[in-house]
Design a protein around this ligand. Structure first.
Ligand code: DGY
Length: 324
């Protein structure tokens, strides 16, 4: 019997590829960059399965070109790059990689929060560049002052797995935990000592605001000029969700004019990203979308992609289907 064919749009951990090979005829795009659009359009012509990353735009045109496609296994928890409605209409399964990256991503939200609050990146540059030695001041009471974290208020927008994992860590910092999500989660309020707040109230009351929502029509530009103006002047915004949840122009204005104190950003409106205006600001910490980038998480994500594909090949429902 013919093995189904899968196109994997980037190098994922080889151990998973080897497992997938037992069930599929596999082609891997091994370039660091995503396959160009015309290549992707060509590759999908005769595949039964696709493994995608968030930088692969899977829209109607791609699906039109993929008459045999039955499963798209996304190597990420978010899947805003895929036209889910259209895939579902065509009976194509879409799967993602929840859970396995939750803790790594929550850790990274905290890394950004602490680094931004305490100007860690700038302080590192100060020492490394020799500026400290040139300045000749060994220790000064007012050198590199940052913001207190312990005992402050954290407002988490989006209270799914990652939002909750961020809250769990906040308990260790003795913080007051506020959250906003589309639906209230009373059992989690109890478990995590978190309090639900309407969005604008959460923004007004939090010292740290962390975005952990998926990108949807409702969350697009959720943090805009009006909402940034509600935040405390000493507040810090952390985005580990998606760049388009924040209006970057408004954020730059907020940072320049001191409506808020700082921002830690792992995600951007376009990726890869370059923005002279944003990059010249000292009160931001920036990372190239590496929230889930630990050995453990990235290998586990690959294993989950493989489990989804194998379940499909065996005629079973894939374990982490998003379009049931
Ligand atoms: C995701 O999984 O959606 C992250 O943004 C990348 O790990």
């Amino acid at each position: 019997m013919r093995k189904p064919k899968v196109f994997i749009t980037r190098q994922i951990p080889e151990t998973a590829i080897n497992v997938i090979r037992e069930y599929y005829e596999v082609e891997v795009w091994r370039d660091e960059k995503e396959p160009p659009r015309e290549v992707l359009l060509e590759k999908v012509r005769d595949v039964d399965a696709l493994v995608t990353l968030l930088s692969d735009k899977i829209d109607r045109e791609i699906l039109d070109n993929a008459p045999r496609l039955r499963i798209i296994a996304q190597y990420a928890v978010g899947y805003d790059n895929i036209d889910i409605e259209e895939a579902t209409r065509r009976g194509i399964y879409v799967t993602n990689t929840p859970d396995v990256l939750t803790e790594a991503t929550a850790d990274f939200a905290w890394a950004l929060l602490l680094a931004t609050a305490r100007q860690l990146v700038d302080a590192d540059k100060f020492v490394r560049s020799g500026e400290w030695k040139r300045k000749g001041v060994a220790w000064h009471p007012l050198m590199y002052l940052g913001y207190d974290v312990y005992g402050k208020t954290i407002g988490i927008i989006g209270f799914g797995r990652i939002g909750q994992a961020i809250a769990r860590r906040a308990r260790g910092f003795n913080m007051k935990i506020l959250y906003y999500s589309r639906t209230r989660k009373p059992e989690k309020e109890e478990e995590l000592g978190a309090e639900f707040k309407p969005l604008n109230e959460l923004l007004r009351e939090s010292d740290f605001v962390v975005l952990a929502v998926p990108l949807t029509k409702e969350t697009y530009y959720m943090i805009n000029e009006k909402r940034l103006k509600l935040m405390k002047p000493m507040a810090i915004l952390i985005n580990i969700a998606r760049g388009k949840v924040v209006d970057t122009k408004a954020l730059i204005k907020a940072l320049e004019e001191g409506w808020i104190a700082g921002a830690g950003l792992d995600v951007f409106e376009e990726e890869p990203y370059y923005n002279k205006e944003l990059f010249k600001l000292k009160n931001v910490t920036l990372a190239p979308h590496i929230g889930s980038a630990t050995y453990g998480a990235r290998y586990a994500m690959a294993e989950l992609v493989a489990r989804n594909l194998i379940a499909f090949a065996k005629g079973e429902v894939p374990p982490t289907l998003v379009n049931r």
